[in-house]
Design a protein around this ligand. Sequence first.
Ligand code: 5RP
Ligand code: FE2
Length: 233
Amino acid sequence: MVGRTVRIAPSILSADFARLAEEVSRVEKAGADWLHIDVMDGHFVPNLTVGPPIVEALRKVTTLPLDVHLMMTNPDAFIAEFAEAGADYLTVHVETCPHLHRTVQSIKERGVRAGVTLNPATPAVMLSEIVRDADLILIMSVNPGFGGQKFIPSSLQKIAEVRGLIDRTHSHALLEVDGGVKPDNADAILAAGADVLVAGSAVFSGDDYAAAITALRAGYESAARTARTAAAR
Ligand SMILES: O=C(CO)[C@H](O)[C@H](O)COP(=O)(O)O
Ligand SMILES: [Fe+2]
């Protein structure tokens, strides 16, 4: 992990939606690397959030890469709209894509980076045939649908397993982790192999967004130190 770049992606799910542009500007100034946008359809997950118009609106107020997480039953029907709205990454769930290879190609054909994600109960092996085509693999460490949930501890083993798969197959995909990520578990998540940490409540629940982002990133220093110590033994 030494030398790996860590990216922090605040999830706007926990932002104040009445002041969304201001919230985005604050996290951008606070050092965020990406902006994570959770799209929920009230069908695949028991919650409703935002769609392409919000992605389009945010595209006009930030230069941060827009990392759009599609928690919807039929993502194929909306790929063109989200691409036109200005998404940089479109991430689909394997549980909702019977023709995952086609879906990934259709995202990439539109000049958007393609992400593939797994629910907590879906095994890592589901990625084996798509890992080389994906630009991003997202491991859900809570059951999708809500912010502010507790990190599921067994996710650490899955993160390590998927890190191994990415490295073994020489995939260029980044490994992202979403759900219950906090400063006190960021080091373990990064040590297990994550490149990108999504954080909603950890960033937006306090007043000091920069301190929260710095605290999440500090996990990298700690994980890198542990790796260096282990390598020196
Ligand atoms: O995809 C999501 C939920 O389905 C969110 O990105 C995630 O839950 C972020 O919130 P928190 O960091 O508070 O857990
Ligand atoms: Fe998400």
